[in-house]
Write a protein that binds this ligand. Sequence first.
Ligand code: NAG
Ligand code: NAG
Length: 453
Amino acid sequence: MKGTIPFVFLIQCLIIFHYCGEISGESTTIVPAENVTILLDSLLEGYDKRLRPNYGGQSIDIDVSMLIYSFGPITESKMEYTMDMYFRQEWLDPRLTFNQDVVLYLTSEMSSRLWVPDTYFINEKAAKYHEITSKNSLLRISRDGKLLYSTRLTMTASCSMDLKLFPFDKQNCKLTLESYAYNTIGVHYYWLKNGAVWIDPEISLPQFEVQGYSIDVNTATYYVGNYSQLIINFYLGRQISYYVIQTYIPSSIIVVVSWVSFWIPRKATPARVALGVTTVLTMTTIMGNAGSSLPKLSYMKAIDIFLGVCHIYVFAALVEFALISFYDSPSFEQARQLVKEARSTKEDEGEMHQRGQSNGTNGDVRITVADGEDVIEGEVTVHDSDENILQQCICSSITKCKQKLTETGFEPDSTEHKARVLFPLTFVIFQAVYWIYFLFIAHSSPDVAGILS
Ligand SMILES: *[C@@H]1O[C@H](CO)[C@@H](O)[C@H](O)[C@H]1NC(C)=O
Ligand SMILES: *[C@@H]1O[C@H](CO)[C@@H](O)[C@H](O)[C@H]1NC(C)=O
């Protein structure tokens, strides 16, 4: 026990020493406020904020870092994105060195009296400082004349988006900054060595996901000189789920609903027409909604292909019915002719009998017309004795017409049967090809290269 006490004491001493050493690096000496006031006054004495540090001498290096704490919204219709960040710049101003062991923590009051870089963002559309409750900025001056200037910015920047693969697209949005006045003779920008960019991993966007970023330095050549630039690329991946729920599933269901028509009897014209027209109109509405948040682009997007095909399917189902009903019911005039023919045949050798007429207004009528080997028969519901002939006309003509069509190769029944198989089969194949292609084969050109810290 006795031996351990000095040991514990030694450890404690080491901890305290270590601690004190660390704090002294941060400067702990309490300097009276008057001394700091005198120091600031002495720093500003003869200080010309119009001139950059080292004016006429070597260029200065500005280290930039960003903390992005909010991202979005990303507006495709305007091709822009918004983000909030703490924008930090560090540089050395030899005029601001001093001899006291303090770090000066200051606000915008002081920064307005010192030279600060005139950094601007090339593709910025709108940006603002936050001034509640006072301008959100900090200025820190170390004794070696190193300055840290941080401001809070909300910025909307343009981002040219390629929406050909929408909504399977990935977007690459760029932000470029440079000095407005100082070319490479005066200022060089660099990304801070450690932790140049930090994006809050908690950021969640309604449609996108910030998949990463990459940073770069560049020198741009203009008429007014060469300018040092910093570039950051944000890689944004779109989340498809919203479009699956809002567009892909409803439009697929509408297509399936349009096939119900193939199982509705051909005679039920109002039902089939209503179904066909409703599905076509619904598809039109879905198409209109899908493109509402997008700019009016001249090219086809992936979603347009899908909706276009769905529209064609729904329309084709309606056309199929129109085709069948056209061949199914020729004009009454033609029908009357046929009945006349049948009657004259009956006078010769055929027979025509009616049976089951339950009452004067309603009943089943079965007509059989024997015309040599050709037997025509049909069944109708009679509503009125005056309409009797008309109904007969239709029913007798159906059989005739069918025969005629069988000769030409068009048969409503078999067309209907084919449609029942062909429509679903081809649609399933289309769906498979579409999803495989856009999910696994097609890729937006900029693939994610960045890392999200
Ligand atoms: C503050 O200033 C006074 C007078 O100028 C000086 O005596 C004192 O040492 C200074 N204090 C510190 C901590 O520098
Ligand atoms: C700008 O850079 C180009 C090549 O990078 C160089 O030829 C040119 O002299 C530079 N201009 C200035 C003003 O520095």
